[in-house]
Ligand binder design. Sequence first.
Ligand code: ATP
Ligand code: MG
Length: 285
Amino acid sequence: MKRVIFNQKGGVGKSSIACNLAAISAEMGYSTLLVDLDVQGNSSMYLGYDIHSDEARKVDTNVASIFRQKRGLLTNKLTPQDYVVDTAYDNLALLPSSIELERMERDLESRYKIYQLRKALEKLEQYYDRIYIDTAPNFNFYSKSALIGTDTVLIPFDCDSFSKQALYNLIDNMMELKEDHNENLRIEGVIINQFNAQASLPAKLVAELRAEEMPVLDCYIGSSVKMKESHYQQKPLVHMARSHKLTQQFISLFEQIENLAPGSFFQQDIDRGDAEAKTELAAAE
Ligand SMILES: Nc1ncnc2c1ncn2[C@@H]1O[C@H](COP(=O)(O)OP(=O)(O)OP(=O)(O)O)[C@@H](O)[C@H]1O
Ligand SMILES: [Mg+2]
């Protein structure tokens, strides 16, 4: 199962959402891969990998190698070990971004390499139960490659009126791409991020989206400084503050997209003998 997190508007929470859902997925026991397709490398950094470090510049274990068509892609020998790095967390692997992506883009485009990522993901899918793909705030070659290579898209929405216009542009672009390149492409849902229940505008905007039959997911993500702290510590929320409200909202969101019963995540902790999980489950309900 592959999920792309995409919105061409910047700063709506793509990387935060991709990494936190991936971390929860791994904690839930799914073998999970986070693919960072954004040259900013924010998701890579969040999961503890600095794409600008001297070491990262020297190695091939990154997403640029997928596009360079090195090694096994033609011979069917693609294995994650060639590209992927481990994270500090069980079940969670990272296909880091690379500073090379920008330089390579034009060449890849002119050589029609738009299906390259799809082919690689099909192979990597043999090794991972869940693949989360973070994208840049652009409808660029890499975002298109991701949308061509995925089953579903999650669209973060940050509750301002510019975001609403961006959402319509995004859906138009996606529909065109679906028609031309990936008839299976499906919008899994719009994720409401940084929702402020006290203000009237966010609720109004969300009601408008629902009235227009946008597939808005029911679990909203609030706004909290914990998110920035979590980036700073390079620790996804589920590892930094398991019982925080924001973490619980992400867990509920995860349970919703996975069609799991509410409380499944903490129930799993209880089954493992974690005493605090009972309180967390009660707080989540
Ligand atoms: N729920 C939240 N609560 C508080 N801050 C948040 C939340 N979600 C995102 N942020 C903050 O908003 C900023 C942008 O988030 P993030 O980097 O995840 O967005 P993005 O869509 O990936 O950005 P870009 O388009 O640049 O890739 C970050 O500083 C992040 O800490
Ligand atoms: Mg980002």
